[in-house]
Ligand binder design. Structure first.
Ligand code: GUN
Length: 288
């Protein structure tokens, strides 16, 4: 079987263009969506993400506000910044980059963000709204996965989906979104009995465990659609590193029907969805 590659980079570029067009149209009504990104400390991966987010926000015609705080910033100072951003009418979306330093309680910080500005969809109000089927700001990575799936498969109704990973950021919201699309959903994790067998039942397999190339070719049902959320860095022979996913991409060739590559699959969709969420949040706050 030929395995087709899902071009997340191209689909994300299309989505960003749609967002940019809508942002341009809002400018005539005097509304400019604004996204504030807060980074505490100097985690290199976080710095790369934040730089990309700021650049793409500006490219889409939105206002971008970056707040870089030193690693020793007290929790109270971060909470005070969040309060200021909540009250700032030019800021429609607030994203506090995770992970935060150990001395800061992440849950407390996420809970302090106005749910209407919570473009990450991590606030319990948004998680709860998603769970009960109300309009919510939805976490960007799982939203990107669902957009890719609908693009390549069309209607997902009745398909068997297995999500490997139960994080609040990806696994749980991905399962909620698949359920909303009328999939039959299993959330699998490190304690799942016969994980390979469970994965083999999936028409749609979402890998979000953060373990390098864990999902092998014989874990995949022939013809299944595989969405690889993993971003893992492994050493190359020349001393440099390369990015690989949670799926063994080489082994999946000839087994999966469709698969996202790493890089160039889910990654670009995450930022595109962040821009879409910022636009949605701005429109709701402005009542348009
Ligand atoms: N760290 C890694 N991914 C994310 C994300 O999607 N949002 C935030 N806020 N932090 C992250």
């Amino acid at each position: 079987m030929e395995t087709k590659i899902i071009d997340g980079k191209a689909i994300a570029a299309e989505l960003r263009a749609v967002v940019a067009t809508e942002v341009a149209a809002l400018a005539s009504q005097g509304l400019k969506p604004g996204l504030a990104v807060v980074l505490v400390g100097e985690n290199p991966a976080s710095q790369v993400y934040v730089r990309n987010k700021a650049a793409q926000t500006a490219e889409a015609g939105m206002a971008s506000f970056e707040h870089k705080l030193p690693v020793e910033t007290p929790e109270a100072d971060l909470l005070a910044l969040v309060a200021r951003l909540n009250a700032d009418p030019a800021v429609h979306g607030i994203l506090v980059q995770l992970p935060l330093p150990d001395h800061i309680d992440s849950m407390k910080v996420l809970a302090a963000i106005d749910p209407a500005k919570d473009v990450d969809g991590f606030h319990v109000v948004n998680a709860g709204r998603l769970a009960v089927g109300l309009d919510a700001l939805v976490p960007c990575t799982p939203l990107g996965c669902i957009i890719l799936l609908k693009r390549v498969l069309g209607n997902l109704s009745g398909l068997k989906a297995v999500v490997v990973g139960r994080s609040n950021i990806v696994g749980k919201p991905a399962a909620q979104l698949l359920l909303k699309e009328d999939c039959t959903v299993t959330i699998a994790h490190s304690r799942t009995r016969d994980l390979p067998g469970e994965c083999r039942t999936a028409d749609i397999l979402i890998a979000a465990v953060g373990r390098t190339q864990m999902i092998k070719g014989d874990w995949i049902k022939p013809g299944a659609t595989v969405i690889d959320v993993g971003i893992n860095r492994i050493p190359k022979e020349d001393g440099k590193t390369r990015l690989v996913g949670d799926v063994d991409f080489e082994e999946a060739q000839g087994v999966a029907g469709l698969i996202t590559p790493v890089p160039g699959g889910v990654g670009p969709m995450t930022i595109a969805c962040l821009l879409q969420n910022t636009l949605t949040a701005a429109k709701r706050q402005a009542g348009v």
